[in-house]
Design a binder for this molecule. Structure first.
Ligand SMILES: [Ca+2]
Ligand SMILES: [Ca+2]
Ligand SMILES: [Zn+2]
Ligand SMILES: [Zn+2]
Length: 289
């Protein structure tokens, strides 16, 4: 408005438009927040209000991507008999998120046990889930129990006798075996201390059987030709001569020689046995099994 400076009369009036000042946006605020989970996206609204009039000026929905699981270190639990393994892992974000897999193991023998040495067995568990590593457990296999003992044959017949005893067989209990030879044989347990225990013979036709009891150790038996004083595997007149010399005190017999030359099997080597041998040489009698 314009007024006269003298009279103060209004001289003119003009309306002037003042432009609007506009809203004043405030700081964006979050609304309607939904947290993301391991598997589900979350979101919130980013909203701007005018700080002067409070009017909502903008609203934008922002997506929060799913976090994914935060798996912990797997644990592995073996069945008591090693037949299965269960692998488990738990999400650090949410303990209700669990992955688990139970698999049957495969078993292999790495080293067979023997009577002398322990062996080694191996259980292996392979999982479908690549997050789980193959698990291996090795077990000691105990030494094999001895289920018998060997009967060792010391043959003084130079191979003229054969027995049904098999060197590689483990025997136990009462073992009856046969000895086959053209000449009667003496069969005895070698007690290992210079003494011998003669085994009784059971004859059935041409089959000559002896029985030995195997308990908790190898048993050594000797097989010799009856009357074979020099133990060379052959009965001959020289053997009778040696017996006569032994009786005459001109030579000394070992325990084994005395055993073999005890022709009547009465447990003692004496002059009767020497006489017996001389009669065999003369063809007047023969040794019996
Ligand atoms: Ca001889
Ligand atoms: Ca005798
Ligand atoms: Zn406003
Ligand atoms: Zn999770």
């Amino acid at each position: 408005m314009v007024y006269c400076t003298v009279c103060g009369e209004e001289l003119s009036r003009e309306t002037v438009t003042v432009p609007a000042t506009g809203h004043t946006p405030g700081q964006a605020v979050k609304e309607n927040e939904v947290d993301a989970t391991c598997t589900e996206d979350g979101s919130y609204d980013e909203v701007v209000y005018c700080t002067v009039c409070g009017e909502e000026l903008s609203r934008e929905t922002v997506t929060i991507p799913a976090t994914g699981h935060d798996w912990g270190t797997p644990t592995y639990e073996w069945a008591e008999d090693n037949s299965t393994v269960t692998a488990t892992r738990v999400c650090a974000n949410d303990a209700s998120h669990v992955e688990t897999e139970t698999v049957a193991t495969t078993y292999t023998v790495v080293t067979e046990p023997t009577v002398e040495a322990e062996g080694l067995g191996r259980y292996t568990a392979v999982f479908e889930n690549e997050a789980f590593e193959t698990q291996i457990r090795e077990v000691v296999l105990p030494k094999l129990e001895i289920t018998g003992y060997h009967i060792i044959v010391n043959d003084y017949t130079a191979g003229n006798a054969t027995t049904s005893i098999e060197a590689e067989t483990l025997y136990s209990g009462d073992v009856t075996f046969t000895v086959t030879c053209d000449s009667p044989c003496v069969v005895a347990i070698d007690n290992g201390d210079g003494t011998y225990t003669r085994l009784a013979c059971t004859t059935n036709g041409d089959t000559h059987s002896f029985t030995v009891t195997v308990t908790d150790a190898d048993v050594t038996i000797i097989v010799a030709i009856k009357g074979d004083a020099d133990l060379n595997g052959v009965w001959q007149s020289k053997d009778a001569t040696m017996m006569a010399q032994a009786i005459a005190g001109k030579r000394t017999f070992t325990t084994l020689q005395q055993l073999v030359c005890d022709g009547d099997g009465n447990g003692v080597f004496n002059s009767k046995d020497a006489t017996f041998a001389a009669q065999v040489v003369a063809g007047k009698r023969s040794y019996e099994w």
